[in-house]
Design a protein around this ligand. Sequence first.
Ligand code: PHE
Ligand code: CO
Length: 287
Amino acid sequence: MSASREPPPGARADWTIDQAWDRYTDAEHQVWLKLYERQAALLPGRACDAFLKGLEALDLNRGGIPDLKRINVELKRLTGWSVVAVPGLVPDGVFFEHLANRRFPAGRFIRDGAHLDYLQEPDIFHDVFGHVPMLTDSVFADYMQAYGRGGLRALGLDHLHHLARLYWYTVEFGLMATDAGLRIYGAGIVSSHAESAFALDDPSPNRLGFALERVMRTRYRIDDFQQVYFVIPSLEALRAATLQDFGPIYQRLAKASDIAIATVLADDLVITLGTQAYAKAKAAATQ
Ligand code: PHE
Ligand code: CO
């Protein structure tokens, strides 16, 4: 997401491009396979059921980078969503317009095989493996569309920085409490080998109960593992919490201060009080 720009040459007015699936090289398909196999081995017992079910329904391991045309047949049938290819990050308004119409924009390109864990911009593995399985769940599918509509509204109201934090701490880095224990549903986690372990097992980060306004006040970091994860009781609860009109919330937030990443407040529901050892060691090493 970024400021308003013109689409790059070759892209349509809505920033979409043809995936041109035939033009992926063998080496690019191999990168997908490697990433897929690594994550598929790790995620059972870590990702939530909706994600694992979606992954299976979409059959994303058919020998390489998936053809979006094929995925879209099943995705449309299940929840009415589709995936469209884009060259890279798109402007906020364009992104929200797609979501509001049940289209998920996915980067066409795939990361370099020599740097499997390094990403400057979301690629097709993050976007399709990470995001699309959740879009097969009808509750999450509705949440994402509502988010798109809410995004267009927040843009107009100048509260995008607050709404963006909700996306970050749910769609990208969300955890869920289940009877079997904590599970991942955030795309930024399930598409990252290292963070799929860190988010659930490492003693460093705080894991706090999801509270809408609290989340919207909390800063986030884009350069390393998260220092706090917010835990929803269920997708249904997330949808219910975000159904309300955000107008009055934005008015309150305009007067509220931001919350620093590692802060724990007196009324937080603390699931894990993190040691922050990982973030502290990193900060010390880069001084
Ligand atoms: N209810 C929000 C509003 O009034 C829209 C929204 C829904 C935002 C779901 C995010 C997620 O703006
Ligand atoms: Co993402």
